[in-house]
Design a protein around this ligand. Structure first.
Ligand code: GTP
Ligand code: MG
Length: 195
């Protein structure tokens, strides 16, 4: 799929105020600073579409973008960011939980994990919760440019092995780099089959 146009539509913290669910929707979630907003910019080819920051906790709302006038792409706040979690006292903010469970046109939630790290407890908890709730999801390993091919392959293999101790089968998996553009075609092709 070619992204011909992409524009920002709205931000909010209430799933009932999101745009009409009249287009297939794909959302990006994961720990703060994992690279969600950067990936959205890479996929759309617009460097400043989603706001990024080297400091975690940048994205704080549910942000809707319209792609090719035919599908919604959503940038979500990260989880696991101490300052935010402490304030709200919940691991996963209530409006994110609401969004994930109630957004009827959500075709796939892309869960991003940093390819440099071992499986993190909070990611596993989140993924297991998605499985329990039967939310369709896929995994994206981010920041692939930060590892050698050998270490990348090693980390992904151990991540898969860990997931298979909890799950009978693996979800769809992608590897990405917002720096090099790795993963762009595969992720957009995956989205394309639904729209
Ligand atoms: P929150 O909105 O705070 O939850 O973070 P986020 O997941 O949206 O992360 P964001 O895209 O803002 O990126 C965080 C930092 O990681 C920024 O400094 C990015 O430049 C950097 N970054 C993101 N993706 C990549 C990548 O693929 N490669 C490299 N080298 N750096 C990346
Ligand atoms: Mg962000």
């Amino acid at each position: 799929m070619e992204v011909k146009n992409a524009h920002f539509l709205m931000s909010n913290s209430d799933v009932t105020k999101c745009p009409d669910p009249n287009k297939p929707e794909f959302a990006f979630i994961g720990r703060s600073n994992v690279g969600k907003s950067s990936l959205i910019n890479m996929l759309t080819g617009q460097k400043k579409l989603a706001k990024t920051s080297s400091r975690p906790g940048k994205t704080q709302l549910i942000n809707h973008f319209v792609i090719n006038d035919s599908w919604y792409l959503v940038d979500l706040p990260g989880y696991g960011y101490a300052k935010v979690s402490k304030k709200s006292k919940e691991k996963f903010q209530a409006y994110i939980v609401d969004y994930v469970l109630k957004r009827e046109n959500l075709y796939c939630l892309f869960v991003l994990v940093d390819c440099r790290h071992e499986v993190q407890k909070i990611d596993l908890e989140f993924i297991n919760w998605l499985g329990e709730k039967e939310v369709p999801f896929a995994l994206i390993f981010t920041k692939a440019d930060k590892l050698s091919n050998t270490n990348l392959a090693k980390n992904i293999a151990s991540y898969k092995a860990e997931l298979l101790t909890h799950w009978e089968e693996l979800p769809p998996l992608f590897v990405s780099s917002s720096e090099s553009g790795l993963g762009k075609e595969d992720i957009l092709e995956y989205v394309d089959q639904f729209i």
